[in-house]
Ligand binder design. Structure first.
Ligand SMILES: [Zn+2]
Length: 235
């Protein structure tokens, strides 16, 4: 299992780590700041640099569901890396920070809609979330509600709960990523002060004001009860 630095500090952009193994499918490190694709959030990209200054460009990160091992997938396999070697890593921060703002924005929509979420996809400039509601939400009302929460500058925190305790609170499982992520520490809960709490393994900003300027885009009908809400970040 790879130690997930981003889980406790989503703002960590760089770190050093030992190479555990170099697989055909990617580079395995003992710890990482690279977020792996999951819950609608894309995997991180970035650079791994070895002691000799050789740089390996990472085009994607994935996590094996069974082992919890992260694979850092290089653009090309040509550069040699050896197990045991200490490397430094750096994620593409502007890209990741946009995902953090987007991801947190989708939590706000969850809180406002207060309904089942059937899917979501986070992108750099545009994201979407599918919610199970009968009535099509009003775009202007949603826009203004979201702007108000952003302006309130609410803090966002992560807490851990045992899965047993979580199963006694089924109303909390309104998660955007389907099954709540469970690790050896239990289930990670993301709380946006006074408006929302839900299990989530993704990366979020620390205050709602960091989301900044947002725009609610098209709201589409996707099936009888399913509405797709598109959102954009303008800067
Ligand atoms: Zn989340």
């Amino acid at each position: 299992m790879t130690e997930e630095i981003y889980c406790d500090d989503a703002y960590a952009k760089t770190a050093q780590a030992r190479i555990v193994a170099v697989h055909e499918g990617g580079i395995e490190l003992e710890r990482t700041v690279f977020f792996p694709m999951g819950g609608g959030q894309p995997g991180d990209t970035g650079i791994i640099t070895n002691r000799n200054g050789k740089q390996i460009e990472i085009r994607d990160t994935i996590k094996a569901a069974d082992s919890g091992i992260h694979m850092h997938i290089p653009v090309s396999q040509s550069t040699r890396l050896s197990p045991g070697e200490i490397i430094s890593m750096e994620i593409n921060w502007p890209r990741r920070y946009a995902f953090m703002r987007m991801h947190t924005l989708l939590h706000l929509i969850c809180a406002i809609m207060d309904s089942e979420v059937t899917g979501c996809q986070i992108g750099f400039e545009k994201s979407r979330i599918d919610v199970n509601v009968d009535e099509k939400p009003d775009r202007d009302v949603l826009q203004s509600e979201l702007e108000q929460i952003v302006a309130r500058d609410l803090p966002i925190r992560a807490n851990w709960m045992t899965d047993k305790k979580l199963s006694s609170k089924p109303d909390l499982v309104r998660t955007m990523s389907g099954q709540p992520p469970v690790s050896s520490r239990g289930v990670r809960l993301i709380e946006i002060e006074s408006i929302d709490i839900q299990p989530c393994g993704g990366t979020h900003v620390l205050r709602t004001s960091e989301i900044g300027k947002l725009r609610v885009g098209k709201i589409e009908n996707k099936g009888k009860h399913n509405r797709r809400i598109n959102v954009h970040l303008d800067d």
